[in-house]
Design a protein around this ligand. Sequence first.
Ligand code: ATP
Ligand code: MG
Length: 557
Amino acid sequence: MRGRLVTLETKTSSSNFIRNIVSEDLASGKVKEIVTRFPPEPNGYLHIGHAKSICLNFELADEFKGRTNLRFDDTNPVKEDVEYVESIKKDVEWLGFKWDGLYFASNYFGEMYERAGLLIRKGLAYVDDQTADQIRETRGTLTSPGQESPYRNRSVEENLDLFRRMKEGEFADGEKVLRAKIDMASPNVNLRDPILYRVVHAHHHNTGDAWCIYPMYAFAHPLEDAIEGVTHSICTLEFEDQRPFYDWVIRECEMPWTPHQYEFARLNLTNTVMSKRKLKLLVDEKKVDGWDDPRMPTISGLRRKGYTPEAIRAFCREIGVAKSYGVVDERMLEHFIREDLKLKALRTMAVLDPLKVVITNYPEGETEWLDAENNPENPEMGHRKIPFSREIYIERDDYMDNPPPKYFRLFPGNEVRLKHAYFIKCEEVVHDADGNVVELRCTYDPETKSGSGFAGRKVKGTLHWVEASQAVPAEFRLYEPLISDESEDEGQSFLDHLNPDSLQVLKGFVEAEMKEAAGGDKFQFFRHGYFNVDPKDSTPELPVFNRIVSLKSSFSI
Ligand code: ATP
Ligand code: MG
């Protein structure tokens, strides 16, 4: 789905036209209490687009002291599963929301069946023997009317009898459907006798084998909203043309409560697919390490990568609620995690691709403990002591044999500052037989200790490092988008255009005290960005760090 890119100028600045509607409805007395719902189909894990809908529904109800239900829209037995139900509950709670009622649409199957019977008795529904293809082919187009089914004028008695027999399992899948009897010439294609019920002989995750007919989404959804007393039924823009049918169902089924549907634009992000169907393909085809792979735009993937609920909620608030499609730059999401972690995360040093440095004039066997500030932007986080001795690791690309101009890191004869420590100067380079650099031999200047007030020479480069004898080996996982926008298309073929370099794994070292780090702990590694301890794969022997985001971005809010 392509659309305009939401930029600083066009972004909706937290506008929320639905909030205005709610506020007016309360003021005018149209509703006494607002009731919203988040109605996922449990056919996959939730993604960041769902987060937008969750935030919208729950925050509106919170703001106006109303209620929000979590309702599983589980009317399609074939694709649904309790694994998804559980993951959805976990994700909503993790985002920080508490539902008032927890409902399953499938618990209303009995009432839905009764309401369908009422439609038949009113002459507003009939059993059709045509195949799904025939029904589709006779629906007409936007410019031409549809054709009436030869079964459209069955008697009420015959329809009631056939519908009951559909329920009792007399017919095979696809043999019969129940259709609304509205208007095959309606300019709104959705009103051309839409299907209400179909036969599906399948086991349902909640109702088991109790049913072999299942209501269609467009029929079931308004009934679910009405049964629960929902006031504002918020859905995405694709359902705008369904609204007349939504209202028809509520009216003709004589529901005692009338909910109203409002539509907003779904969230699309650059460089990602946002449909459970496509995300499921990535999982099923083993292109990723499950639904919670940190490259996935799922809530569980973002959580595992290291996103916080606060950052996701702030992002959803900022993008606002609009009536027109847009594609939000994923860097905006990244902006919010940086903002959230800036003052919270311990700033520490990690060497992702290590090169050993021996400080030849530092006494052998000696270790000193240097002062390091935990977060210069948040002095309350205090200080810690870090070890320094004769052998350290620096980043391999912080050294070059033959540097280009304006390279201020290490090269033969050059001096740099070690963060929190001393100036060191590169005196000698050890190469292996193939010419690869395997070790640097440097000298340090004891006068230049960090914090000592040394005001002598200036150096331009400051490197991070880790003391070798106490360093903890660690794995680092760096992520790039799985999908580039160019490859986004409708079919399965996006699978063939996945970025082969979306995951880079490096083995290096972190500071000694990181041994204590637990899954979900977040750090800022000097010069590298924000990282999260992987909750699945990290062990005390080999901590695993997922990069959440690098330090800098060209994006500003
Ligand atoms: P998908 O196409 O990814 O399966 P869906 O709309 O079919 O999404 P549901 O489980 O039916 O998924 O959606 C639950 C709620 O989340 C709905 O109200 C839907 O409108 C909303 N929603 C889904 N995707 C987005 C999105 N990208 N942006 C905003 N809201 C969304
Ligand atoms: Mg859906």
